[in-house]
Design a protein around this ligand. Structure first.
Ligand SMILES: O=P(O)(O)OC[C@H]1O[C@H](O[C@H]2O[C@H](CO)[C@@H](O)[C@H](O)[C@H]2O)[C@H](O)[C@@H](O)[C@@H]1O
Length: 283
């Protein structure tokens, strides 16, 4: 059974997607939405059913995309997307939309690395040492940005709170912006976010309906984009992937969603339900 959205706008978005799937755009975040949250980001992997569920929809829905804070190729690798029959036309927008990988061509497009990234890379270890960042603090170097993770420390939330100000100052000193997330603060180039990335793709594909699913603060820009598009007459459905790891949900995401599902397993079940509904409509 396909779960029903709890809002009128969400129900209209789902109805429009089902009525004309060939013109619809389905976009999903990666970590926390298609991939369960794990302690070590390098060991993240898509839910075992995710790639197949996306592939089942890719033949029916006009555009299927992943929109992630990860480098695009990292999401392709961790998701197993390049090896999945049916996902040949998948689009992956990485680094919050700064990068784009097209399954159809296998090509990655990306801008120059922001010069502030090298400066932050050089200064960040010293800053963390000066701030007495405890064991377990982990610096993720994503080439175009750097992320400080606190999940593996004894008090991740308190540490994140303590680091937030100094990291924002360092980012600003080098022309970078901060992107907060689940037990992570990322220092990354400004000027692009998931909302701009999603809006661009909607325009490029002349989408007639959009579904976006996410779980974290970085997804709120995409939620805002769908809300704006709905205001302009484009039906849309917002899905929140609620956490299943025991940590509290990201309140703003759950509150603004038309449908909350239980984590990546719930997202996969929703995708499978959509595929079944579209198959049923074809008969
Ligand atoms: O936009 P996303 O696809 O959601 O990527 C956002 C960040 O996700 C990763 O960090 C998060 O997932 C990790 C693995 O489950 C988890 O350990 C961490 O606490 C989460 O914040 C990734 O490491 C970041 O680079 C992404 O920006």
């Amino acid at each position: 059974m396909l779960q029903e959205p709890t809002t009128t706008a969400g129900r209209a978005g789902l109805a429009a997607l089902l009525a004309d799937p060939a013109r619809a755009l389905l976009a999903l975040d990666f970590d926390g939405t298609l991939a369960p949250i794990v302690a070590d980001p390098e060991r993240a992997a898509a839910h075992p059913g995710a790639a197949a569920a996306l592939a089942a929809l890719a033949g029916r829905i006009g555009t299927v995309a992943v929109v992630t804070g990860r480098p695009a190729l990292a999401a392709v690798r961790l998701g197993g997307f390049a090896d999945t029959p049916g996902l040949e036309r998948l689009v992956v927008l990485g680094h919050y939309g700064a990068e784009r990988w097209d399954g159809a061509t296998g090509r990655l497009t990306a801008p120059q690395v922001h010069p502030g990234v090298a400066a932050v890379r050089a200064e960040l270890p010293g800053l963390l040492a000066a701030l007495d960042a405890p064991e377990g603090t982990w610096l993720e170097d994503k080439d175009r940005s750097l992320a400080v993770h606190t999940r593996r420390t004894a008090e991740p939330d308190a540490l994140l709170e303590r680091l937030r100000g100094p990291l924002a100052e360092l980012a600003a000193a080098h022309g970078l912006a901060v992107e907060p997330g689940r037990m992570v603060v990322e220092l990354r180039p400004p000027g692009v976010d998931k909302g701009a990335a999603l809006t661009g793709l909607v325009g490029e594909r002349a989408a007639g309906a959009v579904l976006y699913a996410g779980d974290d603060l970085g997804d709120l820009a995409a939620f805002a984009a769908v809300e704006r598009l709905r205001g302009a007459g484009l039906p849309g459905l917002l899905v929140a992937s609620g956490p299943v790891t025991g940590e509290p949900p990201v309140r703003e995401v759950a509150e603004r969603a038309d449908l909350v599902v239980p984590g990546p397993a719930g997202v996969v079940a929703l995708l499978e339900g959509l595929a079944r509904a579209l198959e049923g409509l074809r008969r």
